[in-house]
Design a protein around this ligand. Structure first.
Ligand code: 15L
Length: 260
């Protein structure tokens, strides 16, 4: 356990989930040191802004000094050229974990993605320990992020919680989202649980709401203390019709538009 709330280093603070956490974590008592390469002004309550490029290990170490935990959301959030993905997501995560090790920070929460196992077909449920089946270079980077986290747990004794996030959005809009949706409130609850869980060691959990049509195993998340409160079913009449890729975890990321 990280003890009483202290300061969290939040990478990728300018992104969608980052913006949610900039209010959600202080509301739960945490202070923030928020980083990004994009503008973060103005600072919110209990927030310090510290710009850092995740490609620069020394800058990440400087940003990490004195924090109690890291929530690592920074990097590319969709498919891109391999070199760009490697630099932003894989090298960036290595820098975050290495900075945590050097600065004595024990708890790191990492934004992974369902796309680490995107080519996995529908199962009831899909477990968190299903084999890696990335659907894109982006998905490969999420597998690598989880692997780096595992290494830093086993070799250096950190606690690393990897969140295989589904579709984080204000509301579901597509049929797949009835399974994959993660509401704003549940996104905050998920990160707080990952920060507060006593001694998780290495853990992977799916980041979805309590969706009636979910087929990704929420058991490990619940065991960690994540208790989602929202359900995409409330929007079932308003979503688009089913698509051919709906029965694969990664949905349309598995489709031919992502071929080279
Ligand atoms: C992700 O990992 C992406 O960042 C996001 O843009 C969505 O595509 C989401 O997964 C999803 O699977 O819906």
């Amino acid at each position: 356990m990280t003890g009483s709330p202290g300061t969290v280093l939040l990478t990728g603070a300018a992104g969608r989930i980052g913006r949610l956490l900039r209010t959600g974590l202080p509301a739960a008592g945490w202070s923030l040191r928020s980083t990004d390469i994009a503008d973060l002004t103005p600072a919110g309550p209990q927030e310090e802004i510290a710009y850092a490029d995740l490609a620069d290990l020394d800058a990440v170490v400087d940003a990490t000094r004195g924090v109690a935990a890291v929530v690592h959301l920074g990097g590319l959030s969709g498919e891109a050229a391999y070199e760009d993905i490697r630099r932003a997501n894989i090298d960036g995560t290595y820098h975050v974990l290495e900075a945590a090790r050097r600065c004595g920070v024990r708890r790191v929460v990492i934004a992974s993605s369902n796309h680490a196992v995107g080519f996995t077909p529908r199962a009831d449920p899909v477990p968190v320990d299903t084999r890696p089946r990335p659907d894109t270079f982006y998905g490969v980077s999420k597998v690598a992020k989880e692997a780096l986290g595992s290494l830093y747990v086993d070799r250096y004794g950190l606690d690393v919680v990897c969140l295989r996030i589904g579709t984080q959005a204000p509301r579901p809009t597509r049929h797949r989202h009835l399974a994959s949706w993660l509401s704003d409130g549940d996104a905050i609850r998920l990160v707080l649980a990952a920060l507060d869980a006593p001694a998780p060691g290495f853990a992977v959990v799916y980041g979805i709401s309590a969706n009636s049509r979910a087929w990704w195993d929420l058991g490990p998340g619940r065991a960690l203390g994540y208790h989602p409160q929202d359900d995409a079913e409330a929007y079932a009449d308003a979503v688009d019709p089913p698509e051919p890729t709906d029965d694969l975890v990664g949905g349309d990321f598995t489709g031919p538009e992502h071929d080279l």
